[in-house]
Ligand binder design. Structure first.
Ligand code: SAH
Length: 367
């Protein structure tokens, strides 16, 4: 049993830690001292924090904890990517993926246990939803990955980039996600620049506006369709925030600078991958500072979709490219360990009973 009376210090950003220490009669500088140990050196044991007095170490052991998940599974893909299943204090499990590349190491972080949205092509959606992650559970994914990858403190950066693209819709767990991202950005946290953190959303318009004010990291938007009729089917949230409104908000997000929004577009055979769809997409994005990531669909059990052929993806790519839109086709990584986009499933109790409902209706029902 976890002692919930103790404060999980991973739930506090720098300002929160300062308040915590002040409330216990300590100087606010203790906050950065503690952060250096926890995030810089990967130390979670108060007794090992040698520049903190024995008396304060003992008080911290009574009042606080660094609550980390257990490793429930650890799988390594042939391509070097690695997926962990982390078991949280309440028994729910979430997935986190590390993707090494020549010039970077990207950690794909989850924001919720399951997902409340119901995108028809996503495996997490099929699993249903349980709850939001706390900010401590979000930042603990970085701590655990750094630890398990053997990252040492003092400037070593095995994890150079973070993408909020794991399980869940980050903008529907806004406060906790922003607090965790502040720790990723903090010089005494993980010291990442805003360019190196990307938040991916299905398009929660008011929260994109809010994010611009609070923590304007790089933005990725799961577009997947060039018109509302099709997008309503694939991303039911579109009924609430249709494409035009979403794209206007994206334009505001990046403003006049040189930044662009990344639009993710999953390639589903015979659904959204024709030449006509590509041309419509070009039109739809005109005037929006955009990059496009084409993601070959990653299948999962009981899906009704198929991945577009390589030729089709190539042709689609060419149309976008010729129209002058920076486009990349995302390499599928870790599909042998079910770690690719949209394959993260975790292990948790589905409070929405979505799977049951969709099986009895024998189709995936919209929100
Ligand atoms: N809720 C956020 C974060 C999920 S990110 C969002 O919608 O953006 C995961 C990315 O993988 C999203 O772009 C999502 O649309 C995409 N994705 C989901 N299922 C997929 C699948 N089966 N194959 C390929 N990409 C998928």
């Amino acid at each position: 049993m976890t002692d919930t009376a103790r404060t999980n210090l991973l739930d506090l950003d720098r300002a929160g830690l300062e308040t915590f220490f002040s409330a216990h009669g300590e100087k606010p500088f203790r906050a950065t001292q503690l952060m250096k140990w926890v995030y810089g050196h990967g130390v979670a044991d108060f007794a090992a924090m040698t520049n903190i007095s024995k008396a304060l170490q003992t008080r911290l052991q009574q009042l606080a904890e660094i609550r980390l998940p257990e490793v429930a599974a650890d799988s390594l893909s042939d391509d070097g990517s690695r997926k962990w299943l982390f078991r949280l204090a309440d028994g729910n499990c979430i997935e986190t993926v590390f993707i090494p590349e020549a010039d970077r190491g990207t950690l794909c972080v989850s924001s919720q246990v399951g997902c409340a949205l119901n995108c028809s092509f996503c495996s997490t959606a099929q699993q249903g939803f349980n709850r939001n992650l706390t900010s401590g559970e979000i930042i603990a994914q970085l701590w655990m990955a750094a630890h398990l990858l053997g990252q040492r403190g003092e400037g070593e950066r095995i994890i150079s980039n973070v993408v909020m693209m794991g399980m869940g819709e980050p903008l529907l767990n806004y406060d906790n996600v922003v607090r965790a991202m502040r720790l990723m950005l903090d010089d005494f946290g993980y010291g990442l620049s805003k360019r190196r953190i990307t938040l991916s959303t299905a398009g929660v318009v008011p929260m994109i506006r809010q994010l611009r004010e609070d923590c304007d990291v790089s933005l990725a938007v799961s577009l997947h369709a060039p018109n509302d009729a099709l997008r309503n089917e694939l991303v039911p949230l579109n009924r609430k925030y249709p494409i035009r409104e979403l794209l206007d908000t994206c334009r505001e997000y990046v403003g006049e600078g040189r930044r662009r929004v990344t639009f993710e577009y999953v390639m589903l055979a015979g659904v959204n991958d024709s030449d006509q769809h590509a041309r419509e997409l070009v039109q739809c994005l005109s005037g929006v500072p955009a990059k496009i990531n084409l993601i070959p669909f990653n299948p999962f059990p009981q899906t009704r979709y198929l991945r577009s052929s390589n030729n089709r993806i190539h042709r689609f790519f060419e149309i976008l490219n010729q129209a002058g839109i920076v486009t990349i086709t995302r390499k599928t990584r870790g599909d042998d360990i079910d770690a690719a986009c949209g394959q993260l499933a975790g292990q948790f109790q589905d409070r929405t009973r979505r799977r049951e409902r969709s099986q009895s209706a024998n189709k995936v029902s919209p929100v």
